[in-house]
Design a protein around this ligand. Sequence first.
Ligand SMILES: Cc1ncc(COP(=O)(O)O)c(C=O)c1O
Length: 288
Amino acid sequence: MTAYDDRDGFIWMDGKLVPWRDANVHLLTHALHYASSVFEGERAYGGTIFKSREHSQRLKTSANLIDFEIPYTVDEIEAAKAEVMQANGLKDAYVRALAWRGAGEDMGVASRRNPVRTAIAVWEWGAYYGDAKMKGAKLDIAKWRRPDPATAPSQAKAAGLYMICTMSKHAAEAKGCSDAMMFDYRGYVAEATGANIFFVKDGEVHTPKPDCFLNGITRQTVIGMLHDKQVKVHERHILPGELEGFQQCWLTGTAAEVTPVGQIGDYSFEVGALARDMVESYERLVRT
Ligand SMILES: Cc1ncc(COP(=O)(O)O)c(C=O)c1O
């Protein structure tokens, strides 16, 4: 596998395409020290980025939530994504847009005099959970909890919120799991480290209320699909003790798409008909 900083191609950076290996920042970049960075994960299918404008808008909203303004409009970000996809000759791709406080006159916590930088990289990225789409992913239970919205801006897709996700995912992988399910600060079931979670019980769907974690674009899409299929969806607080009574489970996210879950800690789930149907229906939807 080639390292992400050592590839051919182009990255869009601050308004222009730069050769992949030259898309660098200085060590005294504010974001590197203080996590003043926001990003998007998107997927293009057959040359079209699924829900592209929603992602561009969320990038700008995330920046506002952590107190900076991206110096490009949604239309400009859309044009930049198209440009970088074309420059790399990709039609099926993962798209990573990001914006951060750069290096400048400030090096303390405050960063008003530093420029806001923006970049977009695209690459080919297969299934996020390997062969779990067929077998069901195995999840650990994270020791870290999603924070209170009064502690961190939980609706922002901001780098700082991923510190506990990386630690949780490393702990999960050390136990042979592919991800971890996290509780929130109150002890309710929240989400995985980079995907939202759904459960099925007696033909109805239950999913945590996104009041302290990202209300994913895929999550919202899947809820819409379930409504179209006349499946009842309960968005509510879910207690750990309820895990035992759920029959099916799946994760949703741009990278994860819809991935069934076979196990969370000691609890097992079947890769049932509804989970499989959602995997296939989502795959069809993103390509139409
Ligand atoms: C922590 C977290 N939750 C949920 C999601 C799912 O969001 P989306 O469906 O918008 O990709 C992601 C991925 O972007 C994520 O990183």
